[in-house]
Design a protein around this ligand. Structure first.
Ligand code: NAD
Length: 287
């Protein structure tokens, strides 16, 4: 493996987990964020996560040593990226921000460095031309919680070389993941497309009064062996996120079927975003 040093951009929900995952897999990791508060929170997360895993016997002494030695949080992107063989960008989901970060990364990283984005929906061809190395710019999409979920989507846009995809697949395996190679760019990649079909159908049936929230979720769990029903899953991933993604997609395509469903709009309007606010399709305040 010729990738040894990884820079993670963004120390938020995903970035902190990706930095920890890479460090415990043996990479030298530099994680940068523009927010001092986010960096502090990420350091606190690592400090509490390790003893919890240790108590459960889920992390070895060797892995703890790797994290202690190899994981660095820094407030300066140039310092974080100057020796990187690979960058995983996990900053906010905003195209202009990501393009600016990639242009900067192109300037400060060694020419051989691979530049990956963890974006959920922005395909790398919208970002790659902000750099002088489009063949090395691609999507590497993890799922939350990234320390646990096994799937990683590695997406080959038309500008990406086979060599880059091969190397990133290798990195994902070194992280202990089962990466899926996605041969063409497509909105939502593999899993979010399938998730969106399932949740749209569940919302449609709820809106039509065909079945209750509980019956829809229980039927899906029992029939397909899914650990969670589609509406429960929407509560977990966030109704606000789903609403914004739906509206953005609708503005792009003009297709009415991309619009968020009435049950989702109603909950979004009330501020019931799911687990994070205590209410969504279910009421968590009573549990
Ligand atoms: P988040 O808001 O928790 O974290 C984003 C971090 O980026 C913040 O700490 C912010 O300070 C930092 N940031 C903003 N601009 C920056 C810059 N110029 N340089 C460095 N840091 C900067 O967001 P998140 O949920 O961790 O999502 C990050 C990315 O991962 C997004 O692209 C998102 O689509 C993707 N993603 C999220 C999930 C999820 O479930 N949350 C799952 C898969 C992929």
């Amino acid at each position: 493996m010729d990738i040894k040093t990884i820079c993670v951009v963004g120390a938020g929900l995903m970035g902190q987990q990706l930095a920890l995952l890479a460090a415990k897999s043996g990479f030298e990791v530099y994680c940068a964020d523009t927010s001092a508060e986010a960096l502090k929170k990420a350091q606190d997360f690592v400090a509490t996560w390790i003893p919890k895993q240790q108590a459960k016997g889920k992390i070895t002494d060797e892995q703890i040593e790797l994290v202690n030695k190899g994981l660095h949080f820094v407030d300066n992107l140039e310092e974080a990226a100057k020796n990187a063989d690979m960058v995983i960008e996990a900053a906010v989901e905003n195209l202009a921000v990501k393009r600016a970060i990639f242009a900067e990364l192109d300037r400060i990283t060694p020419p051989h460095a691979i530049l990956a984005t963890n974006s959920s929906y922005l395909v790398s061809s919208k970002i790659a031309d902000a750099t002088s190395r489009p063949d090395k710019v691609l999507n590497m999409h993890f799922f939350n919680p990234a320390l646990i979920m096994k799937t990683v989507e590695v997406v080959q846009g038309p500008h990406v070389s086979d060599e880059t995809v091969d190397k990133v697949m290798e990195v994902a395996r070194a992280f202990g993941k089962n990466p899926a190679r996605v041969n063409k760019e497509i909105y939502g990649f593999l899993c979010n497309r399938i998730f969106s079909v399932m949740t749209k159908e569940a919302c449609y049936m709820l809106d039509q009064g065909i079945a209750s929230v509980e019956d829809i979720d229980n039927a899906v769990k029992g029939a397909f062996g899914h650990p969670m029903g589609p509406l429960e899953l929407l509560d977990m991933t966030g109704i606000d996120l789903e609403y914004h993604l739906g509206m953005e997609r609708f503005r792009e395509t003009g297709n009415l079927t991309d619009k968020p469903s009435p049950s989702l709009v109603e909950r979004y309007g009330r501020g019931d975003y799911g687990r994070k606010t205590g209410k969504g399709y279910y009421d968590y305040t009573k549990k």
